[in-house]
Design a protein around this ligand. Structure first.
Ligand code: ZN
Length: 175
């Protein structure tokens, strides 16, 4: 078991687009397992590899609740092949401890990805079926492109106020 350090907002690594995984090797499987250990240690529901400083297109997620039990999931090289509709989603992020905010997400998605055994999988979910899973996939996938949920806050003035209230640095001017 390895719990890795989660990078906080302000770390430049979080802004870098991650690279595709070419092969699901034993090394990648170990990384996925360490990512689960880290996510659970921080009480998170999702974690993307860039958050632990690894620039690879990998996510882990556990959106299981009492009402809607779900297995823990890992996604390698996920791609959104369908994105339609919209819903308002209240979110937090392990890279922004203690902060939550509402952002707009697609309400119907299909994601194609490779699982930890190297098999291609397809998952479709709507916010109506499971808003928690629907938003978590989109939130974590954004991390792979260097996009953070603060970027999706409706306007720059609310984003600024929110960051200031949480003693966090301003959104990078280059962004
Ligand atoms: Zn996040």
């Amino acid at each position: 078991m390895s719990v890795l350090k989660v990078l906080k907002y302000g770390d430049e690594t979080l802004r870098n687009p991650a690279e595709k995984v070419s092969k699901v090797s034993a090394k990648i499987q170990k990384l996925v397992s360490d990512m689960f250990d880290t996510m659970y240690a921080y009480n998170g529901a999702g974690l993307a590899a860039p958050q632990i400083g690894v620039s690879k297109r990998i996510l882990v997620m556990d959106c299981s609740t009492e009402e809607k039990p779900l297995p823990a999931m890992s996604f390698i090289n996920p791609v959104l092949i369908k994105k339609e509709g919209e819903f308002i989603s209240e979110e937090g992020c392990l890279s922004f401890p203690g902060m939550t905010t509402a952002v707009t997400r697609y309400s119907q998605i299909s994601v194609r990805y490779t699982d930890v055994k190297g098999k291609t999988q397809l998952l479709s979910v709507t916010s109506e079926e499971n808003d928690y899973l629907c938003k978590a996939i989109q939130h974590e996938m954004d991390h792979l492109d260097g996009i953070l949920f603060i970027d999706l806050v409706i306007d720059r003035f609310s984003a600024k106020a929110l960051l200031e209230a949480n003693n966090l640095p301003a959104i990078d001017p280059s962004g």
